[in-house]
Design a protein around this ligand. Sequence first.
Ligand code: SF4
Length: 325
Amino acid sequence: MDRVGITTTVPLEPFLASGKQAVDLNNSFIGSASPNELVEEAQVKGYPRNICTWIKGLDTASSLVDGVVGVVRGDCSNTESLLETLHREGMPVHPFSYPFNRDRKDLVAEIEELCGFLGTTIDESSEMADETRSMRDLALEVDEIGWKTGSISAQDVHISLVSSSDLGGDPSLWERSVRSLIENSSGKEGMIRGPRLGFIGVPPIISNLFPRIEGLGAKVVFFETQRQFAMPKRTGNWIDDYLEYTYPYDIGGRVDDIKRECGRRKIDGIVHYVQSFCHRQIDDIIFRKELGLPILTLEGNLPGPLDERNLIRLEAFLDVLEGGL
Ligand code: SF4
């Protein structure tokens, strides 16, 4: 097993310690030349039309790896069935759970089992903690520069953060490309004009969402989930960083993080991206009640550019926000 797929962010240190290459299947799927063909392939295999597209893309993308670690608690209720399907086809799989109670002992036990699957130990993994932290700090630096100066585009900030889950599958290459983004931004005049938006929810399947938003004269200055992939709470202990990671635990932690960052980044409105057929759409009820900011809920299904209907809704939302500025 050299290349091991992951279905979302999991502790990366055991991968680096074991010498196995972590491959975020979401990024492989959406970054492929024809993501829609991967979806079609999963549907030909038997995946129902009314199941989230990301899951179908993950299934087909897993043909490029030798094993899969899937998060079955704290991310997606479909991942368990995905792992079962792959396992029955002969793929080595490992279910990883972020403990519901956010208990440190339970998390350590999960990480130890992950280490066992990858052929390493938690002590060896600890030795990779500084390197992992420094990589994630680079992604967070891109985020800071992006929202403070506007000299890095929303798309580049999004990619830097979202790819911190697997460091692009090649940590050295990833580090070079993120460092070059940072270096190129220095001294550059940024453009922050129009409404300042926060983006919350699962990463979008819409390929050109951020460039389109910027083309309409707004700036995305907060990427909730993508930023969480880079473990923004630096606790000084790598295991505790995963306890402070808000996404897999109770929604209260997410609400607190979103409110804090929206205040710090002076956000005027929020785009809540939801994926068709995703259970996390239900979170919208809580966000609308508790965030205290105008929210546009934008739904995507298949990979591809922003469609006309969502474009019109986005334009109308920005008009409303601009009226209040
Ligand atoms: S978008 Fe929702 S249903 Fe789809 S993979 Fe992510 S969590 Fe699961």
